[in-house]
Design a protein around this ligand. Structure first.
Ligand code: HEM
Length: 512
């Protein structure tokens, strides 16, 4: 060949050149990372000797915060534009907060698609969660159009059930006694939320309460157990893995317990002797929403508890552990309750006037958001940000929440200050950013933007009502050191299940 003779090559030399070119091509293909066109660092990559993703997942679960911090502090630049973090599921683009406002209303980003991927949307096991993410989005719609609009009518129900649940679980003893904080709050919150949603005696049925508490945890663990496996294997594994089998059994049991109530409400909907207040419950709302299609009403109810229960319980846990070591705040909160609720009673307007309580809850959420990843989204299309950063289609991304504890964002950001947001209000901040339900790029406890938590209006009313009852009726001390109270596990920052609370009855000169 002319080429060989021109360069005077032997055929063996030619083979070496061709082999080298193929090798270079393969190396480029393997390391080109088309998912990372902006050449951002990769954190928690696989070690050369690791075959599967076990090590990646282990490191991610053990030190999420450390991995995020190291991602932002790579190289000489202190806060680069972000990095990719490898988890067992996939690489996730972790962005700093400067992008939160740019991305918050971008319709090319979807939270639903993240939930769908994390909870294996095509597996029947996770059907309760599919009602959050599927096209009809029945659960978010019922929250926004029914629950939030009915809050005024729901407060008396929340308050009376809180009273009952506290007496049942925390008792009325005059002497100090100790109880597990997180486990007891699970029971209390499950009862209150079941009453709010179902308005039926089922809310006091121990089997129902236990199953609603268990199902959330089991579904999360089962979803995690399936991540990292190839998609084609998941339908089979869902029948085999012990956690998946446990979740299936719990779903069946929950459905069995709910079925008589669903049948009762279905029959009642055709009768016209009921008043509007009899129809103030989520089973009726779900039946209304599913009039044309065949939806599993029990699964809709379970999907609602999955998003509502753990989140709100953790919020109350965080407030109690934080204010326990601030006697002045407890004293001032009681004075506020006396001044507002003692005069106006518990209703949506008086609850809004509990400004110190609002500050206390928001500050606890600032210190302990659900996790270090806010605004989890999937890119439905390629996005080019104003500074040129390219986010390829199908990228999973998140905005880090680490800055919520940063002193450059909040003065003395690492310290818990129950008065922080209250003082902002007193000092006449012009924006409503000191309010618990308000989201911002600096405080993403409820996420941020068009997909921020739709349940936050119910959450604030629930949490404040429960705290009013606790503060008026109990003296309490939470045991255990600060660092012992929460731990980061993967995406989530979670309560220590073993922490105890010391309790005794407290008396005020007014009743709720
Ligand atoms: C203090 C309690 C709660 C916290 C901290 C919380 C937090 C969050 C967060 C961070 C998100 C993601 C938002 C985003 O990425 O922008 C979210 C979504 C969601 N939350 Fe909450 N939440 C709470 C209570 C509730 C309650 C009580 C309900 C139901 C009544 C609820 C229903 C939902 C739903 C359905 C979504 C998904 C929305 C969607 O896919 O568009 N949450 N929540």
């Amino acid at each position: 060949m002319a080429f060989i003779s021109k360069f005077n090559l032997q055929s063996s030399e030619l083979s070496v050149i061709i082999a080298t070119l193929i090798l270079i091509f393969l190396v480029r293909v393997i390391f080109s990372r088309p998912w990372n066109p902006s050449k951002l660092p990769l954190v928690n990559g696989k070690k050369w000797y690791e075959l599967g993703y076990g090590g990646v997942e282990k490191r991610f679960n053990a030190d999420t915060k450390g991995l995020c911090q190291s991602g932002f502090q790579r190289g000489r630049q202190k806060s680069p534009d972000g990095f990719y973090l490898l988890t067992a599921s996939r690489p996730t683009l972790v962005l700093p907060p400067k992008y939160a406002d740019i991305l918050r209303n971008d319709s090319r980003l979807s939270l639903s698609r993240v939930t769908a991927a994390e909870f294996h949307e095509n597996l029947p096991l996770f059907e309760p969660l599919s009602y959050i993410v599927s096209d009809g989005r029945v659960i978010p719609k019922v929250i926004t159009h029914k629950i939030t609009r009915s809050l005024t009518s729901l407060i008396p129900r929340i308050s009376s059930e809180t009273e009952h649940a506290l007496q049942r679980v925390w008792k009325n003893e005059a002497d100090w006694h100790q109880i597990s904080l997180r486990t007891s709050l699970d029971q209390i919150m499950a009862q209150i939320q079941s009453r709010v949603f179902l308005d039926d005696e089922l809310c006091r049925d121990p089997s129902w309460l236990q199953i609603t508490i268990d199902i959330t945890k089991t579904l999360f663990l089962a979803a995690r157990a399936l991540r990292g496996w190839p998609d084609f294997m998941k339908p089979y594994l869902a029948h085999i893995l012990p956690l998946c089998r446990k979740a299936t059994a719990e779903l069946n049991e929950a459905e069995r317990l709910l079925e008589p109530l669903v049948a009762k409400r279905r029959a009642a909907l055709t009768s016209d002797i009921e008043s509007d207040s009899d129809r103030l419950n989520t089973i009726d709302w779900f039946l209304d929403a599913s009039h044309e299609s065949v939806l599993n009403i029990a699964y809709l109810q379970l999907g609602l508890s999955v998003v509502a229960l753990e989140t709100t319980t953790e919020a109350v846990y965080n407030v109690l552990t934080d204010i326990s070591s601030h006697p002045k705040a407890i004293h001032d909160l009681r004075a506020e309750i006396r001044g507002v609720i003692g005069k106006m009673g518990l209703n949506t307007s008086s609850i809004q006037k509990l400004e110190l309580m609002d500050s206390v809850i928001k500050e606890s959420q600032r210190m302990s958001p659900l996790g270090y990843f806010g605004m989890q989204r999937k890119a439905l299309d390629k996005i080019i940000l104003p500074d040129g950063m390219i986010i390829p289609k199908n990228t999973f991304l998140t905005v880090s929440t680490l800055h919520m504890l940063d002193s450059s964002v909040w003065p003395n950001g690492e310290e818990y200050d129950p008065y922080r947001f209250y003082n902002m209000g007193v000092n006449g901040e012009k924006t409503p950013s000191n309010k618990f339900i308000h989201t911002s790029s600096n405080h993403m406890g409820f996420g941020h933007g068009k997909e921020a938590c739709p349940g936050r209006f119910l959450a604030v009313n629930l949490i404040k009502t429960i705290l009013c009852h606790i503060l008026v009726k109990y003296d309490f001390e939470v045991t255990g050191q600060e660092e012992y109270r929460r731990e980061a596990r993967g995406y989530n920052l979670i309560a220590n299940q073993k922490l105890e609370i010391n309790l005794k009855r407290h008396y005020e000169d007014f009743e709720l």
